[in-house]
Structures are given as structure tokens and as C-alpha cells.
Write a protein that binds this ligand. Structure first.
Ligand code: GP9
Ligand code: MN
Length: 408
């Protein structure tokens, strides 16, 4: 009957943070272009391989954007689909399996559904089969108006590599879809080229591979560099088409690209041993929020993909009080710096907790358990409460309560 939801609602209510007054509604009525960057980790930003910048475009773009350098992916086995789940629902994905497959018919209160009620047209663009990750079904539950899938793109042998349509062609072909969308729109782009095993045509290699004993890590850099170039061209197209100034653009990495199987090569690249602490810090992915007319700023608040939903809604001037969101607005003044990863690891302002060990964040040294202890229970509740919602399909009761409340 939904009585389980009461505890959860109380927990969520206690964590709610008032939005930043200066930024609330600053992008009201603007288009939202959300770009999921495949396998893009933060360590490539402002970094070089063989003496060359890996992400020259992003390095410039973050200078005129809000750049979050302590933003973590929180995905599990559902990889890209988990990141989509986090971003659109502010709920955690599951500890096992992919929620896109196991609970696609649940009741959700996702960003597209909310935006639709606020006059937005909502779409996902991704040049893959619509049923991959069960997206076609899940997107209906999230309230998307339209899914531009592989059939909406012209995919040939020449413009494909690895998993499919090359990012540059994907972005270029997407422009006509963007132009036909009713305004304002919420358009989620999912890139593909920078996907394991990081295949790339010679002519698209703008940096040479790295030279470790891991072919995976070596080839990662040219595909990240390629994606960066594709993004550069896309942003230019948005300017040329007059869409840029009417849109906020949000880019984020979906999950790690380099697994722990490549720790030795990674150590060589980073010049430090990949301890469990470093491994956890490597789960950071870039988050870049571009708002026309705003100056660039690097923000170091500890945060994760779960925080995007309330952040976006607040920028658009939509209240989130009373929503079942586990994240908090990234711009809220008094937000708690605390992010839980799907494996139970967590990060606070000063500590990293992973594999039952507490680390000091400034030095990476193991420290006494008691420094992390106060957060242990909270980390557990976060995941447990969210899992209860997903496994019990509890938001269907929330919907009822909400409607009942409205009628009274
Ligand atoms: C597939 C793409 C990649 O459509 O999103 O999925 P991943 O393997 O990264 O989860
Ligand atoms: Mn992915």
C-alpha cells in the first residue's frame, strides 16, 4: 500500500536543499542539450598523451562553463543505461543486473515527464538499435516523446567504426532532427565511438596511441581525442544554426572506460600506483554545464550523476520539493559533499571509503575508520532506500498520493 514509502519520504525531505536563489530559473524556457560522453573519465581533461592534449576542445569549453571536477559516475552492470537511469530519475541503479531490463515497466517520475508538463518536447538521440538496453521500453516509462534511433540516421560502412555510426557523423546528422523538434526541447545525446575496444580509423587518429602493454589503454586516447573533435564540430554547428544561445548544454561521462584490469598500464600513465583509493578517484567523470552568458567556473563539490535531475530542474525554474530525488542541486549553497558509488564506496569532502577502508582524500593515505564511520550508515540507507523503491515499484504509490493530494 506504499506505507514503506513514508520512511523514505522523510529521509528525502531531510536531505532536501534549497536551490541557489541566483541560479534558480536562470535557464527557464531554454532548450536542454544533454550529452552522454561514452567512457569518458576525468583524468583525460587537461592532460596530455605523447605530449599532446587529449581533449583540447573540452579544455577550452570548460573555461566558459561550470566545470565539476569532483563528479563521480555511480553506475553498475547496466553501464550507459545505468547512467541514464541516474541522470533522469535521481535514483540509484541496481547492485546486480540492469534496471533498464529488470524494471522497465515501473512507475517513474523522470525528468522528461516533468519537463513535458512544463511545455517541453523530450527526445533521446542515439544511433543504435532501439531495443539495446531495452531503451525503447524504458524511455516510454520515462516519458520521452521521441527516440531518434539507428533508423533515423544514415549509417554506412564509410561513416561507421567499432560500435556503429561515428560520433562526428552522428552529431552532424542530428542537426536536422534538432531543427524539427518543437521548442523548447530536452534532447539527450548518447555518443558511441569512444567505446571499448576503442577502434578507430587511421584518418581519425588525431593523437597517437599510448605505448604501454595495455592495448585498451593505448587506444583509448585516440578515441577520446576523436570524440573531443566531434564535440567541437557539434558546438560550432549549434552556433551556426542559432540554437547555441537558446540552449544550456550539459556534458557528462557515462562511466569508466578503463577497468581495473589495466591498473599496471594506468599506473605507468599516471605516474603513481593505482591503489583502491586511486581507483575510486578514477571513477570521476567530467561534468560540464554551459549556460549562455555565464562565465566559466570550476566547482569542486563532491557530486555524482544522481545530482543532475534536481540541478537541471532548478536551472529551468522548476521546483523539486516533494520529489523523491536522492540527489541534490549542485549549485545549492549548503549541499552536503557526499557521494555514494554503486558498490558502496563513498566520497566525502575529506575522505574516501572503499573496500572497508577509510582514506584521507588529500594524501590518499589509509586513516582510522572512525573518520568515515559517521557516513557508513547514511551510505547504506541511500542504496537501500533507492533499491526498495525500484524493487517494490513504490513510485506508483507516490503517484497516487500526489494525485490525491492535488484533488483535496
Ligand atoms: C550502446 C551504448 C554503449 O547503445 O550506449 O553501452 P555500454 O556498453 O557503454 O553500456
Ligand atoms: Mn557507455
Amino acid at each position: 500500500d506504499g506505507s514503506e514509502l513514508v520512511d523514505i519520504e522523510n529521509y528525502i525531505r531531510a536531505n532536501y536543499k534549497h536551490p541557489n536563489d541566483e541560479l534558480f530559473g536562470i535557464a527557464k524556457g531554454k532548450n536542454v542539450i544533454l550529452i552522454s560522453m561514452e567512457s569518458t573519465q576525468s583524468f583525460v581533461i587537461n592532460n596530455t598523451v605523447n605530449g599532446e592534449e587529449i581533449t583540447p576542445f573540452l579544455n577550452e569549453f570548460i573555461k566558459e562553463s561550470y566545470y565539476f571536477n569532483n563528479f563521480y559516475h555511480q553506475t553498475g552492470q547496466g553501464k550507459t543505461s545505468d547512467s541514464e537511469f541516474l541522470v533522469d530519475n535521481s535514483l540509484y541503479p541496481l547492485g546486480r543486473g540492469a534496471v533498464f531490463f529488470t524494471h522497465s515497466r515501473n512507475e517513474f517520475r523522470a525528468t522528461p515527464e516533468i519537463l513535458k508538463e512544463n511545455g517541453y518536447f523530450t527526445a533521446t538521440l542515439h544511433a543504435n538499435n532501439k531495443s539495446f538496453w531495452n531503451r525503447d521500453i524504458m524511455y516510454q516509462s520515462f516519458g520521452y516523446d521521441r527516440f531518434y534511433d539507428i533508423n533515423d540516421f544514415e549509417v554506412t560502412e564509410e561513416n561507421s567504426v567499432g560500435w556503429g555510426l561515428k560520433d562526428a557523423d552522428f552529431f552532424q546528422q542530428s542537426i536536422r532532427h534538432l531543427k524539427e523538434m518543437p521548442k523548447p526541447f530536452y534532447a539527450k545525446y548518447i555518443t558511441l565511438t569512444n567505446h571499448f575496444p576503442f577502434d578507430l580509423d587511421e584518418e581519425d587518429k588525431l593523437v597517437q596511441p599510448y605505448t604501454s602493454n595495455s592495448k585498451t589503454l593505448n587506444n583509448y586516447f585516440p578515441t577520446v581525442r576523436y570524440q573531443d573533435e566531434a564535440l567541437k564540430q557539434f558546438i560550432q554547428s549549434l552556433k551556426d544554426e542559432g540554437i547555441y544561445d537558446d540552449s544550456i548544454i550539459i556534458l557528462y561521462g557515462d562511466h569508466y572506460g578503463i577497468s581495473e584490469n589495466h591498473n599496471r598500464a594506468m599506473s605507468e600513465f599516471l605516474g603513481e600506483e593505482v591503489t583502491p583509493f586511486v581507483s575510486t578517484q578514477l571513477q570521476r567523470v567530467p561534468l560540464i554545464i554551459h549556460i549562455p552568458g555565464h562565465k566559466g567556473k570550476t566547482i569542486s563539490t563532491v557530486s555524482g550523476q544522481i545530482d543532475l535531475k534536481p540541478t537541471i530542474l532548478h536551472l529551468l525554474g522548476i521546483d523539486t520539493k516533494g520529489n523523491i530525488d536522492f540527489g541534490t542541486d549542485l549549485f545549492a549553497d549548503d549541499r552536503l559533499e557526499f557521494t555514494v558509488l554503486r558498490d558502496g564506496s563513498f566520497i566525502t569532502k575529506d575522505y574516501v571509503y572503499t573496500r572497508d577502508t577509510c582514506y584521507r582524500k588529500d594524501t590518499g593515505e589509509i586513516t582510522e575508520e572512525r573518520y568515515c564511520e559517521q557516513y557508513l550508515e547514511k551510505a547504506k540507507y541511500e542504496l537501500e532506500y533507492s533499491d526498495k523503491i525500484v524493487y517494490g515499484d513504490l513510485l506508483r504509490f507516490y503517484e497516487n498520493l500526489r494525485k490525491k493530494g492535488n484533488n483535496e
